[in-house]
Design a protein around this ligand. Structure first.
Ligand code: PGA
Length: 204
């Protein structure tokens, strides 16, 4: 199972994985972080891929790829032309945010809280795609994983802002319960993930 934002790269791995192991049946659940944690608590899946592993659970976590968080604005926004934006300047801007329960939302709320800057939420949308379109349409700014920007033709309508301290450096993790003996298939997938990460990073 993998969080929503991984839909930009995790499915890419399935083709080459199944080509290498044609006898294996696979299933990939794509849900937000809260739903993923419920599945983890119920021990429903072999492996979990997420950006913000839970604290206080007996899990193994392995970072496998960078997951930078960037600030997006409409390309026509005055801040898009600025070289170095101070984070407190974002207090004046309306933000489009993911739903509660999303790892992205959690990270944004923490980022503003840690910097003591109020977060002005204009609207909440349950999809990264919808958020990018809303930013392009001028509704506000957004903080999203850079993973959401790969392979996207509408990207030129949004700009990544040059904000001090950004991109926030994070990782994508593969997580599993420590006490669960991984299946042979789960181990094969994990090894495949480790050795094929280059398939997941967008080509420029
Ligand atoms: P999300 O998770 O898709 O639920 O926002 C992303 C993340 O954990 O970074």
């Amino acid at each position: 199972a993998a969080v929503t934002t991984t839909k930009y790269f995790m499915p890419r791995l399935l083709g080459p994985f199944c080509a290498q192991y044609p006898g294996i049946d696979i299933a990939l659940e794509v849900v937000n972080r809260d739903r993923l944690l419920e599945r983890l608590a119920r021990n429903q899946d072999d492996l979990y891929v997420m950006g913000v592993p839970p604290e206080g659970l007996d899990i193994e976590r392995e970072p496998f790829m960078d997951n930078p968080l960037v600030v997006l604005a409409p390309a026509s926004h005055p801040l898009a032309r600025r070289k170095r934006i101070r984070f407190p300047e974002l207090a004046n801007e309306p933000f489009i945010v993911r739903e509660r329960g999303s790892g992205t939302r959690l990270t944004i709320e923490r980022a503003f809280q840690e910097r003591n800057v109020p977060l002005k939420i204009r609207v909440e949308l349950g999809s990264n795609e919808a958020i990018k379109q809303a930013v392009a349409g001028g509704l506000g700014l957004a903080l999203l994983s850079q993973s959401t920007l790969s392979h996207d033709p509408s990207q030129s309508e949004v700009s990544i802002l040059n904000v001090e301290g950004f991109p926030i450096k994070r990782s994508w993790y593969v997580v599993r319960p420590r006490d669960k003996q991984p299946s042979v298939v789960a181990n094969a997938f994990l090894e495949f993930l480790r050795t094929h990460v280059q398939l997941l990073t967008p080509r420029s």
